[in-house]
Design a protein around this ligand. Structure first.
Ligand code: M6R
Length: 366
């Protein structure tokens, strides 16, 4: 049942080339510039004319929402807010007709997300669900939606559901951008071709497995970790930190790299491992300066970089090289080494990675 792997988590990490490909099937055909999610057909007009999009989710699904915020704003020019379902539901939110809510949930059973949807619907907003579990409560109550088709996710730590959520949300944003003619035909097609190549690039990234295992052994006894990224990789930093803390019980924090100097920089000394997600994108130069700031304080740096980067490897303790891809798609690639890092560290610490203490796969209580 674990496909020859020791844990479901590893099986699910390794399945990502397939789960992302399954998620794209029939929805994206770059050759024909085709991009369409059948499940949101009837509410396409709402989405195109939305005053704003409000994304509601918890945990890893909320991180996928943060990536989607940047993508929607960039390619479709619609203002987006990303809300924790638990905060949204209890604060008399301003929401109504003209707003489109995207609710993201792997299980489709998260109590806070479900309750937030009810409030949004009661106030007249359209709710689109992005769920993995077919027929789940959130999938049923949403006005329409798109499944992530990642297959069952058993490990408590969400991995393949996250990359599938990013696939659906990116597809949705590109679909809206196409309808609104926000992208030139050439640019749209280029992005669709790159999206089609993501499964293959994840496959390539998974080959870094052994290399990441070696790095994991060096840091398994750390008591703290900091994860830093900017732009599209900022939510990846949050996700890397969540993954590590939930399965290895090492305290980890994710931050937008520029926020470091507003507090967390005080934590940095030679004992502090700092993971930078520093791929070649529009914030690259800024991230390089942040790496310098950490090195100047003797922090130990593990950097996720784009293959062929010659600058960062000279500055840091360890590099993990991932294939190049358009920056809006990078989180689907750059998160993979962080999933593996947390997995190996947790296994080396003797933790139960599939069922970490105090956690449940679906949080059906508020
Ligand atoms: O099923 P959902 O996507 O609604 O679950 C949300 C969170 O409970 C979930 O992502 C949680 O944070 C994971 N354990 C993270 O790995």
């Amino acid at each position: 049942e674990k496909g020859g792997y020791e844990h479901f988590m590893m099986k699910e990490i390794m399945e990502q080339p397939k789960s992302v490909a399954d998620c794209l099937r029939g929805r994206v055909i770059a050759e024909q510039s085709h991009v369409k999610l059948g499940g949101i057909h009837h509410h396409m007009e709402d989405l195109m004319n939305a005053n704003r999009i409000v994304i509601i989710a918890c945990g890893t699904s909320w991180h996928a929402g943060l990536v989607a915020e940047y993508i929607f704003e960039e390619v479709a020019r619609i203002p987006v807010e990303v809300e924790y379902a638990s905060e949204f539901r209890y604060r008399n939110p301003i929401i109504g007709k003209g707003d489109v809510v995207i609710a993201i949930s792997q299980s489709g059973e998260t109590a806070d997300t479900l309750a937030a949807i009810e409030i949004a619907q009661k106030n007249g907003a359209t709710v689109l669900g992005v769920c993995n579990v077919v027929g789940s409560s959130i999938a049923r109550v949403s006005d329409e939606g798109a499944y992530t088709h990642a297959g069952p996710e058993i490990g408590v730590a969400s991995t393949k559901a996250f990359t599938a959520q990013l696939t659906v949300l990116t597809t949705m944003a590109l679909m809206v951008a196409k309808e609104k003619k926000m992208l030139s035909d050439v640019n749209l097609q280029k992005l669709l071709f790159e999206l089609e190549q993501v499964p293959q690039k994840i496959e390539e990234t998974l080959k870094l497995d052994e290399e990441i295992k070696v790095i994991s052994a060096l840091y398994k006894d750390a008591t703290n970790f900091l994860y830093l990224g900017r732009g599209y990789n900022f939510p990846v930093a949050l996700e890397g930190a969540l993954k590590l803390k939930e399965i290895s019980y090492i305290h980890a924090e994710g931050y937008p790299a520029a926020e470091m100097k507003h507090g967390p920089i005080a934590l940095i000394d030679e004992e502090m491992p700092v993971v930078f997600i520093a791929t070649k994108d529009s914030s690259y130069d800024k991230v390089v300066s942040n790496i310098q700031e950490v090195k100047a304080r003797k922090g130990r740096v593990i950097a996720i970089v784009t293959k062929g980067d010659v600058l960062i490897p000279k500055m840091v303790d360890h590099v993990i090289e991932v294939p190049d891809v358009h920056e809006i798609l990078m989180p689907m690639i750059s998160v993979v080494p962080l999933q593996l890092l947390s997995y190996y560290i947790a296994v080396m610490r003797g933790c139960n990675v599939d069922q970490p203490r105090n956690l449940a796969k679906s949080v059906t209580v508020e």
